[in-house]
Design a protein. Structure first.
Length: 145
């Protein structure tokens, strides 16, 4: 089951939406804690939902349950925390929230997890994909756009 991930910083709107279209994404699942970011105007929640539908016929849903809590996010991003500590804390939070039982794999088919980070290697969207895949027996075929 294909699942993509994407970040919107350090890219243009043309490149961002083009990558989504080329990957065959049908729905974007926004995993940001705050989906009204000013980092890129096209990525604010209402604008993003409009552009996704208008440009590619894609759906949009915000899932803050798949985001770190505010204190965890602040410690890592704003206070330049350690990735390993953040990763362990966030994986624990997803387990505590039991996100694998609140969603099913079908909801992620042809979807794309969205957050702000340009690259996936130190981004919580990758952790969400890894966590769910580990709980669902590896059914998600994850591709980072």
């Amino acid at each position: 089951m294909p699942l993509s991930t994407i970040g919107f910083t350090k890219t243009t709107a043309e490149n961002f939406f083009g990558r989504l279209q080329s990957a065959g994404v049908k729905k974007v699942i926004d995993v940001r804690l705050n989906n009204t970011s000013q980092l890129a105007g096209f990525a604010k929640s209402n604008d993003l939902a409009f552009f996704l539908e208008a440009i590619g016929g894609m759906g949009y849903v915000h899932q803050p349950l798949l985001a770190p809590d505010p204190d965890m996010f602040k410690a890592f991003k704003k206070e330049k925390g350690d990735w390993t500590i953040f990763k362990d804390q966030f994986m624990g939070l997803m387990s505590e929230r039991k996100i694998e039982s609140k969603f099913n794999a079908d909801m992620f088919e042809e979807a794309c997890l969205l957050c702000s980070e340009n690259l996936p290697h130190e981004c919580h969207r990758s952790l969400v994909a890894d966590y769910l895949n580990s709980r669902w027996g590896g059914v998600l075929k994850v591709k980072h756009l």
